[in-house]
Design a protein around this ligand. Structure first.
Ligand code: PY5
Length: 316
């Protein structure tokens, strides 16, 4: 059907963390009958680690782990570890792999093996995977397409939870955009307002102001979104407004960009065939991209509390 694999190629790491222990990559396995595989009953996170001379700088680790627990609560799932245990597990898996470049960390918790059917509350399996990972989308600017796949209304599947089942929608949206020759999808909500990208929050710039959909809309409460709002207000003294955005407003804005752990701050230079601003990286977008880079590398004292440093230099 789709002949070309459009995914990201990954070099397998040496180890992962599964249900309480570090295991060899080849042994990080679960049974085909796990509940999460069949019904999407899982929650996950995406966290970045930036390699900087012998140290892995993990960005907003605690905030990501906290969101994992919030997502689990929404889908009625208890994670069988304390938050501190998972934070330590992330550090352990990063350390043991002795990475020498930037990484992406994927904690995941899902209902495992036990009984069958939609009322099953099977024991929860937890894994933490870390892989070498570079850029996700081009920092030179990307071309987007409004997806024909919509966000569900507020009384449907909970988009606030970063739950595995919901990502079928985003997979379909991203595939549609790619198969139509675009880099990424933008999803509208059930009323037709702009929600977010397939794996990113969205911002526009109009008359020097930043505008982004509010968290009560059908979006994920992004940690990069929160970072950018704070940096724009506190460091760049910009006005940031959280309000609904119409599709037409996207076409005529001065600048637009995505935020996300994988996407970081990615400029959007075209939407549905309309050039955004000058068609290159906007001035405010550039400032935010540069500032974000400084912050994740813990070069700015005030925001060092967001960065967890793990020594990865060792023998071997
Ligand atoms: N919206 C959606 C639907 C997302 O999947 C993500 C993160 C974001 C917004 C941004 O959230 P944050 O800034 O907290 O990362 N997406 C994942 C990521 O790690 C990738 C999923 C494929 O960036």
């Amino acid at each position: 059907m789709v002949s070309k694999n459009l995914g990201i190629e990954i070099k397998w790491p040496k180890y992962a963390w599964l249900n309480g222990s570090i295991v060899k990559w080849e042994d990080a396995k679960v049974h085909v009958f796990v509940h999460g595989l069949h019904y999407g009953t899982g929650v996950f996170e995406g966290i970045r680690g930036y390699y900087d001379s012998g140290v892995m700088k993990i960005f907003r680790l605690e905030d990501h782990i906290m969101r994992l627990y919030r997502s689990a609560k929404v889908i009625l799932m208890d994670i069988p570890y304390k938050m501190e245990e998972l934070i330590k597990a992330v550090k352990d898996v990063v350390k043991v792999n002795q990475f020498r470049s930037d990484i992406y960390i994927r904690p995941i918790a899902f209902r495992g093996l036990g009984s069958f059917g939609l009322r099953a509350t099977n024991p929860v399996d937890v894994a933490i995977i870390a892989v070498e990972f570079g850029k996700y989308l081009s920092p030179k600017g990307i071309r987007c397409k409004i997806s024909s796949w919509r966000k569900p209304p507020a009384d449907s599947i909970p988009v606030w939870a970063k739950a595995t089942g919901i990502y079928l929608l985003y997979h379909l949206a991203a595939m549609e955009a790619h198969l139509s020759g675009y880099d990424e999808a933008i999803l509208l909500d059930s009323e037709g307002y702009v929600a977010e990208g397939a794996g990113e929050n969205i911002f526009i710039v109009r008359n020097g102001e930043l505008i982004t959909p509010p968290v009560y809309d059908a979006i994920l409460e992004g940690i990069t979104r929160d970072t950018v709002i704070k940096l724009a207000r506190e460091e760049l003294r910009l006005r940031v407004v959280e309000r609904r955005i119409r599709r037409e407003e996207l076409y005529v804005c001065d600048e637009a960009f995505f935020t996300g752990t994988a996407a970081e701050v990615t400029p959007i230079v075209e939407i549905d065939g309309r050039t955004i601003g000058s068609g290159t990286v906007g001035e405010i977008t550039k400032k935010i991209m540069d500032l974000y880079r400084e912050v994740v590398l813990s070069r700015i004292e005030k925001y060092r509390y967001w960065v967890t440093e793990v020594e990865v230099e060792g023998k071997g």
